[in-house]
Design a protein around this ligand. Structure first.
Ligand SMILES: Nc1ncnc2c1ncn2[C@@H]1O[C@H](COP(=O)(O)OP(=O)(O)O)[C@@H](O)[C@H]1O
Ligand SMILES: O=P(O)(O)OC[C@H](O)CO
Length: 496
C-alpha cells in the first residue's frame, strides 16, 4: 500500500531525507553533509552534483532505514535552502557553473548600480524584496555576465535557471519538468508576488532571458513523477516550499499573527499576515508564506545571517567550546556584573539593517572578561537581533509582531538557556514544539495533504504539541538597560 511520504530537506550544509508513515511518524531517515566552496572573499558555492548525490543517497538511506521500497511511497515533498542559484543545460541536465549560495555577496556591485538608478522602490513594490545580493536575481545576472556563452544559449532556450528545488525536480523527473513553487520564486527578485507571475520588466532590467525561468506552481501541486530508473518506482512529487516557509507550515503557523523563528546557521523569522500583503517601512521583506489552491498567504520576514553560526565561531575560531551543546553551561557561568555585547556582523548585517559592509565587534571588555562572557554575549546577540525584527514588525503591521504566538525551531533551540534569554529580551513567551524537525515536516505535509493522506491545515494544527513554554522573567529595568546597550553597540558597527 502506498501510504508513506518521503520528504527531502536540502539545506545549506547538509541534506536530510525522512520517511513518514500515515500517522505522521518518522520511520526512517538519512543525512549527508557536502563540501562548501569559498573561491573568493564573500563568495560561497556548492557543486550541484554534490547536492544531487547527497539527495539520492539520503533517499536510499531513508528508504532502507524505514525498511520500505519506493513503490510504498505515496508522494515526495521537497524543501530547500532558498535563493541559491543553479543554471543547467536543458538537454543534458548538466550544471553549467557551481551553484551560487544565498550567503554569497558577489552581486553587491550589481545591487549598488541598480540602487543608484533609483530602482529599489520598483523591485520592492513588485517582489517584496530589497536590492541585496542575498537574492537569486543578481546571482543569475552575474552568471549570465561571466559564464562564456551562457546568455546567448539562454536566449536560444537551451539553458534552465532554478533554485535548488527546481534543479532537483528536473533531475528527479529525468528532465521532464522545469518547475518551481511560488515561495521559491518569491526569492528571486524576478517574481511579482501580487500578480503571481514572472515580471518581464524586472527580468529585462536584470538582463535575464525569460526562456530560462521555470514554470511556477502552488506549493501543493503536481510537480512531476520521479524517473523509475532512479529508485525502482515512479513516485509523484506533490509538495515544494523554501525551507523557511516549510517551517511556517511545519510549525502550524497558519493563522495571521502567528510567527515562527528558526535558529539554525542564521535566523529567519516569518510572521503570517494572511492574504494581506503588508509592505514594510522598516526594511523587512514581504514574501510568500505559501500558495495553496491558488490562494497566496503572505508573510513579513526578518532574515538574520548569523545565529547558530556564532556558536560555531566560538567553537571553531575561538576554541572556547568543543561542541555546540557546551555553550549554554559556559554562558550560564558568565559574570552577571559584566555587560558584554557581541554584534555578529561577520558577513554584514541582515534585517532590519541590510548593511553588507558592517563587520562584527565586541563591546564592554574588561580585565575579567573571558570565554563565559563571550558565550553569553553570542547567545544574547541572537535574542537581541530577534527583538529588532519584532519591533520592526510591530511598526509595520498595526501592532502585530508575533509576540502573541512565537514558535521556534532549528538546532539552537536545544539550548534552554538561549530560549529563556529570548523570552526575557522579547518580554514575550516562546513556544518550543515537541517535534523539532518542522522544516521537513512542512514539506511532508504539503505532499501528504495533496495525496489526501494527512489531515488538512486545521487537523494538522491540532497535532502540533508544545514541548515547553519559556516565560519572560527578566526585570523591566534590566531589560531596558540591556537593550539600550545592544542598540548602542549595533550603531557603532554600522558602516555609515
Ligand atoms: N545545544 C546547542 N546550543 C546552541 N546552539 C546549538 C546547539 N546545537 C546546535 N546549535 C547550533 O545550531 C546550528 C545548527 O542548526 P540547524 O538547524 O541544523 O542549522 P542549518 O539548517 O542552518 O544547517 C549550528 O550553527 C549550531 O552551532
Ligand atoms: O539551509 P538553511 O537552513 O541554513 O536555510 C537557508 C535559508 O533558506 C536562506 O534563505
Amino acid at each position: 500500500m502506498r501510504g508513506y511520504i518521503l520528504a527531502i530537506d536540502q539545506g545549506t550544509t547538509s541534506t536530510r531525507s525522512m520517511v513518514f508513515d500515515q500517522d505522521m511518524r518518522v520511520v526512517g531517515s538519512g543525512q549527508r553533509e557536502f563540501p562548501q566552496h569559498f573561491p573568493d572573499s564573500g563568495w560561497v558555492e556548492h557543486e550541484p552534483e554534490d547536492i544531487w548525490t547527497s539527495v539520492t543517497e539520503t533517499i536510499r538511506l531513508a528508504l532502507a532505514n524505514a525498511g520500505i521500497a519506493a513503490s510504498d511511497l505515496a508522494a515526495i515533498g521537497i524543501t530547500n535552502q532558498r535563493e541559491t542559484t543553479v543554471v543547467w543545460d536543458k538537454a543534458t541536465g548538466k550544471p553549467l557553473h557551481r551553484a551560487i549560495v544565498w550567503q554569497d555577496r558577489r552581486g553587491a556591485p550589481i545591487c549598488e548600480a541598480l540602487k543608484e538608478k533609483g530602482l529599489e522602490p520598483l523591485f520592492a513594490a513588485r517582489t517584496g524584496l530589497l536590492l541585496d545580493p542575498y537574492f537569486a536575481g543578481t546571482k543569475l545576472s552575474w552568471l549570465l555576465d561571466h559564464v562564456d556563452g551562457l546568455r546567448a544559449r539562454a536566449e536560444r532556450g537551451e539553458v534552465c535557471f532554478g533554485t535548488v528545488d527546481s534543479f532537483l525536480i528536473y533531475r528527479l523527473t529525468g528532465g521532464r519538468r522545469h518547475v518551481t513553487d511560488a515561495t521559491n520564486a518569491s526569492r528571486t527578485l524576478l517574481y511579482d508576488i501580487g500578480r503571481n507571475c514572472w515580471d518581464e520588466e524586472l527580468a529585462g532590467i536584470l538582463n535575464v532571458p525569460m526562456a530560462m525561468l521555470p514554470e511556477v506552481l502552488d506549493c501543493a501541486a503536481d510537480f512531476g513523477v520521479t524517473d523509475a530508473a532512479l529508485f525502482g518506482a515512479e513516485v509523484p512529487i506533490l509538495g515544494v516550499a523554501g525551507d523557511q516557509q516549510a517551517a511556517v507550515i511545519g510549525n502550524a503557523c497558519f493563522e495571521p499573527g502567528m510567527m515562527k523563528s528558526t535558529y539554525g546557521t542564521g535566523c529567519f523569522a516569518l510572521l503570517n499576515t494572511g492574504t494581506d500583503r503588508v509592505a514594510s517601512t522598516n526594511r523587512l521583506l514581504t514574501t510568500i508564506a505559501y500558495r495553496l489552491d491558488g490562494v497566496t498567504t503572505y508573510a513579513l520576514e526578518g532574515s538574520i545571517f548569523i545565529a547558530g553560526a556564532a556558536v560555531q565561531w566560538l567553537r571553531d575560531e575561538m576554541g572556547f567550546i568543543k561542541v555546540a551543546s557546551e555553550v549554554s553551561a559556559l554562558a550560564e557561568a558568565a559574570d552577571p556584573n559584566q555587560r558584554v555585547y557581541l554584534v555578529p556582523a561577520f558577513t554584514g548585517l541582515g534585517a532590519p539593517w541590510w548593511d553588507a559592509e558592517a563587520r562584527g565587534a565586541i563591546f564592554g571588555l574588561t580585565r575579567g572578561t573571558g570565554p563565559a562572557e563571550f558565550a553569553r554575549a553570542a547567545l544574547e546577540s541572537v535574542a537581541f537581533q530577534t527583538l529588532d525584527l519584532l519591533d520592526a514588525m510591530q511598526q509595520d503591521w498595526e501592532g502585530h509582531d508575533g509576540r502573541t504566538v512565537l514558535r521556534v525551531d532549528g538546532g539552537m533551540v536545544a539550548s534552554n538557556w538561549t530560549m529563556q534569554r529570548l523570552a526575557d529580551i522579547l518580554a514575550a513567551p516562546v513556544d518550543r514544539p515537541v517535534f523539532l524537525e518542522t522544516t521537513i515536516l512542512g514539506a511532508a505535509w504539503l505532499a501528504a495533504s495533496r495525496a489526501g493522506l494527512w489531515p488538512d491545515a486545521k487537523g494538522f494544527s491540532a497535532r502540533w504539541h508544545r514541548d515547553r513554554r519559556f516565560e519572560p522573567a527578566m526585570d523591566t529595568t534590566e531589560r531596558a538597560q540591556a537593550t539600550a546597550g545592544w542598540r548602542d553597540s549595533v550603531r557603532r558597527c554600522l558602516s555609515s
